[in-house]
Design a protein around this ligand. Structure first.
Ligand code: A5P
Length: 239
């Protein structure tokens, strides 16, 4: 889907602001998605122009291949127990800076990278701001294939739903298969999720056997949200 120019420019403005958090020698976690692709492009130019040395830890094959193509130095997270700083996008950001993620099905590895990082900076354009999560987008849940029906039923007990759908692939028949070999269930809640309820709902979902992770990122995972507008940038502090 082609994004309007105004949105791309708003995101690029936020991405450039985010580069101020980078310094020489850092190990940098990378989320996934179109905003992160912009970030990787700007980061690659910044590294060249300022002659600093940066290594990146990707959260998906997509962002890894993109970063490799731009000559960035990649580190696999398996050998690390901490990352200096992570940059990530989001599908929605609520009034208390909780996030909804997983529109690109990279939620589990993103949550791992964001949790491993000493600081997590979220980069979004202004259209991602909402009062409550799941206002516009469904809640993705990554599920082991044998548990598909069981998890679908249990999810409906936790969140009152309008619909529960198994996400289908593009360029592939049947469900999408994540980088972890799992499926994605998209949950459409009847009502958006109250900011003070995000952590509780997330914890409950993750306790269902067969669930790998879900797309609710409680604000405690976030340090700063940088929001790009057509004419300015706003920097919001979560802690
Ligand atoms: C990937 O699974 C997601 O969590 C992305 O971070 C999120 O969907 C934001 O993507 P865009 O930058 O493409 O909007």
């Amino acid at each position: 889907m082609k994004l309007p120019r105004e949105i791309i420019e708003s995101r690029r403005r936020a991405v450039r602001e985010a580069l101020n958090y980078i310094s020489d020698g850092m190990v940098v976690g990378l989320g996934s998605g179109t905003t992160m692709r912009l970030f990787v492009e700007e980061l690659a130019s910044y590294i060249k122009a300022s002659r600093i040395s940066i290594s990146v830890v990707p959260s998906s094959y997509d962002i890894m291949i993109y970063a490799l193509g731009l000559g960035l130095h990649i580190i696999d997270p398996m050998g690390l127990y901490e990352i200096d700083i992570a940059f990530d996008g989001a599908d929605e950001v609520d009034a208390k800076l909780n996030l909804l993620k997983g529109g690109g099905a990279a939620l589990t590895r993103e949550k791992i990278i964001d949790s491993m990082s000493r600081k997590t900076i979220i980069i979004v354009d202004y259209t991602k701001l909402v009062d409550k999560l799941c206002t516009r987008k469904p809640l993705p849940v990554e599920v082991a294939p044998p548990a598909l029906s069981y998890v679908s039923r249990r999810l409906k007990e936790i969140v009152e739903c309008r619909d529960v759908k198994v996400r289908q692939g593009a360029g592939k028949v049947g469900p999408i298969v994540t980088d972890n070999g799992f499926f994605i269930i998209d949950l459409y809640p009847k009502n958006p999720i109250e900011p003070d309820d995000v952590e509780r709902v997330s914890t409950k979902i993750n306790m269902i056997p067969g669930v790998l992770e879900n797309g609710l990122f409680p604000r405690k995972l976030v340090d700063t949200v940088i929001v790009g507008f057509p004419d300015r940038v706003e920097v919001l502090k979560a802690r």
